[in-house]
Design a protein around this ligand. Structure first.
Ligand code: CP
Length: 325
């Protein structure tokens, strides 16, 4: 008999204790986060107001890899929830003197951390940390290697829901480096859990995963065929830092074959939205006319990232509180 692996991110009530991956989560876990995120957005102004939910909680952001959007929106989210926030500067930390990751963590725990938000270039780093922290400490994965970026996928789902209401009805195309992108892995998981009608991935064979059927996606090597009639287009960048060898003749060649241009956008539905998790590389995977065009919701994704990250953090602390009762 094959036993399923225990999901270490769930507590005894089956609720989120950590947020490490979307794999193994249920429709209700995702919709709860999306619904809670909505409550943080003022319906009249669209502002995200400060609330007093996490007064006295200490959240530490440990970013071992560069970030603009994720780190900053996590920090804003934590402050809007009234938590105490620490951004550990890895470059000036004692990890540079040879201190191990676990010793660093245990010292931060001794400073009474309640939650770690972790970005790391090693796949599995957030899981490793979650296995070694004290039982009352929570871990959120802010991107690990090419494994997962679950809060990015959730803010993407929130953005889609804002524009398209029911994900169930949608055809979604993801274009670019499917093989090396942690964002794409998490997006495919989120779209599958939320039962999107069709998930397409578009790109060259060298940037495709070896098991597309297992992922439940339809593969297209021709961008015009892949975009035909879709409701949502997600563009992702070439993850050059994760390629072991040159998998493309050149960036120019990639743009010629797979770059999202105004002309190619016409193959999608007229009201299709264009998304990108960022950072964007203009003239490589996307043309500026599209990135800055009317159908682009790229900067909205960034703003919604605040509300969605607030929702993930608050849900985890609320679940812990409920368990104590
Ligand atoms: N989308 C994303 O993860 O961007 P950053 O690397 O800037 O955080």
């Amino acid at each position: 008999m094959r036993l399923s692996k225990p999901n270490i991110q769930l507590n005894a009530q089956g609720k989120l204790h950590h947020f490490l991956t979307l794999e193994g989560l249920k429709h209700t876990h995702l919709t709860e986060i999306l619904d809670v995120a909505q409550t943080f957005i003022d319906p009249a102004t669209g502002e995200i107001n400060k609330v007093d939910s996490l007064h006295g909680k200490a959240i530490m952001n440990l970013f071992f890899e560069p970030s603009t959007r994720t780190l900053t929106t996590f920090e804003i989210a934590e402050k809007r929830l009234s938590a105490d926030v620490v951004n550990l500067n890895i470059e000036t930390s004692s990890t540079k003197k040879g201190e191990t990751l676990l010793d660093t963590l245990w010292n931060l725990e001794a400073m009474l951390a309640d939650m770690f938000v972790v970005r790391h270039n090693e796949s599995g780093a957030a899981h490793f940390i979650a296995k070694h922290v004290a039982p009352q400490v929570h871990v959120i994965n802010a991107g690990d290697g090419q494994h997962a970026h679950p809060t990015q996928a959730m803010l993407d789902m929130f953005t889609i829901r804002k524009h398209k209401k029911d994900i169930f009805d949608l055809k979604v195309a993801i274009i670019g480096d499917i093989q090396h992108s942690r964002v794409v892995r998490s997006q495919i998981q989120a779209l599958s859990i939320l039962e999107a009608r069709e998930i397409r991935v578009i790109g060259p064979t060298t940037l495709m995963p070896s098991n597309p059927d297992a992922l439940g996606v339809h593969v297209y090597h021709d961008i015009e065929q892949g975009l035909d009639g879709v409701d949502v287009i997600i563009n992702v960048r070439l993850q050059n830092e994760r390629m072991q060898s040159a998998l493309l003749p050149s960036e120019k060649e990639f743009f010629n074959l797979y770059g999202l241009t105004k002309e190619r956008l016409k193959f999608a539905k007229a009201d299709a939205i264009v998304m990108h998790p960022g950072p964007i590389n203009r003239g490589v995977e996307i043309d500026s006319e599209v990135a800055d065009g009317e159908q682009s919701v790229i900067l909205e994704q960034v703003t919604y990232g605040i509300a969605v990250r607030m929702a993930v953090i608050k849900t985890i602390f609320d679940n812990a509180q409920a368990l104590k009762k």
